[in-house]
Write a protein that binds this ligand. Structure first.
Ligand SMILES: Cc1ncc(COP(=O)(O)O)c(C=O)c1O
Length: 391
């Protein structure tokens, strides 16, 4: 067995990913019920699969352009026009082999060793991997949780002054996930304008992960930095087909950057994996062209699950939480369980229920737990039964 010491220092010293460890811990049990991962249990709809299968049969099995098939880049441009009313030409849209890869490319294209990235947390930890690999430093600015019904707002909010005060002359970028995994918090358009004005004045990047932009309850989409920015702003948005089109296993995402990013991202992606798979992109074209009914129908199911979960979990005397305004996550704190890692392991050991521990999401989330409710009602009921037994 080769020893770890033979590998590079950065790889040896990557901080452990607690969320992934807990998932692995749960998968050892054959009867595990896992709501710890961020995906629904619905399969990809047929009309999307047909697009990919037809492409396979038509011989779309060769290398393709590194930044994606032109037809998909054009379809993304039309999608932004039709759903968001944004004018984003195809030369600002770069297709990637997942949202995670999109984030990796975005950060790799801007970070130098020693740079700082100011990130709003709690945050999906995997997004910070590229910061760590680049030997840049993450500065976490946690959201606040207001417990009061009146007075200060109940639920998650961002102290903008604190965010901006965390910026130093070493800061290269602000990293914001909105809507947020795991809290469901969304940044308002007004807050986005404020942050953008500040970033412009300081000449720093905004990296905005908008993977959950189509999961905002009661809205066709969440506010987007693309709606307040100019085409040449230092802004990169990260997106994915995973969540809203039920395509997690397809590993397909995209980036929107300034046109000047096109060659930079292309050249890094060339050395990464030479671009996304070819035939899957034709499924993604169908997703964009014909996916609106599916998205709407999926939101109806998730909203019903959210309400059901709030009736049960939200009403439990030991639980503190608010209904998320977006995403499909319940993020909650349990009275008497200050250590979320111990609690996550106990749930697996005693109830065969796997949930994500809050400490996997960085500062501000210790003692919290995340449950993904994008599942069938019987599965959700069973998970809540097991959780209530443990409480
Ligand atoms: C905020 C956020 N960004 C990106 C991703 C990754 O998406 P993908 O499946 O496209 O890699 C996730 C997945 O959970 C996520 O929560």
């Amino acid at each position: 067995m080769p020893e770890k010491k033979n590998f590079c220092r950065i790889a040896q010293n990557l901080p452990p990913n607690v969320g992934a460890e807990i998932l692995r811990y749960g998968w050892r049990k054959p009867d595990i019920l896992s709501l710890g991962q961020g995906e629904g249990n619905a399969p990809t709809p047929d009309f999307i699969m047909d697009g990919a299968v037809e492409a396979l049969r038509a011989g779309k099995t060769h290398y393709g352009p590194v930044l994606g098939q032109p037809v998909l880049r054009e379809a993304l441009s039309s999608y932004y026009e039709q759903v968001f009313n944004f004018d984003i030409p195809a030369n600002r849209l770069f297709v990637t082999g997942s949202g995670t890869t999109a984030m990796h490319l975005a950060l790799t294209s801007i970070l130098e060793k020693g740079d700082e990235v100011v990130a709003v947390t709690p945050i999906w930890k995997n997004l910070l991997g590229a910061v760590e690999l680049a030997e840049a430093r993450i500065v976490q600015v946690p959201l606040d949780f207001g417990e009061e019904e009146s007075g200060s707002q109940k639920g998650w909010s961002l102290d903008l002054e604190r965010l901006l005060a965390a910026v130093t002359d070493k800061t290269k970028a602000l990293l914001i996930v909105t809507p947020s995994n795991p809290t469901g918090w969304m940044m308002s358009e007004e807050e986005m304008r404020h942050v953008l004005d500040f970033a412009r004045a300081r000449g720093i990047w905004i990296i905005s992960d908008e993977v959950y932009s189509r999961t905002a309850y009661g809205l066709s989409h969440a506010p987007s930095f693309l709606g307040v920015a100019q085409a040449d702003d230092l802004l990169i948005t990260v997106n994915s087909f995973s969540k809203s089109w039920a395509m997690t296993g397809w590993r397909l995402g995209w980036l929107v950057g300034p046109a000047a990013a096109e060659e930079i991202i292309r050249d890094i992606a060339l050395y990464d994996n030479m671009g996304p798979p070819t035939f899957t992109q034709f499924g993604a074209v169908k997703a964009l062209e014909d996916g609106e009914d599916f998205i709407a129908q999926q939101m109806v199911g998730w909203e019903a699950n959210r309400d059901y979960m709030m009736e049960r979990l939200g009403a439990h005397p030991k639980i503190t939480m608010v209904a998320p305004s977006a995403t499909f996550y319940a993020f909650f704190k349990v009275e008497g369980e200050p250590d979320c890692l111990t609690f996550a392991k106990r749930l697996i050991d005693e109830q065969s229920l796997s949930l994500a521990p809050g400490c996997a999401f960085g500062a501000g989330a210790k003692g919290w737990m995340r449950l993904c409710f994008a599942v069938s009602r019987p599965r959700l009921e069973e998970a809540l039964d097991r959780l209530e037994r443990a409480l």
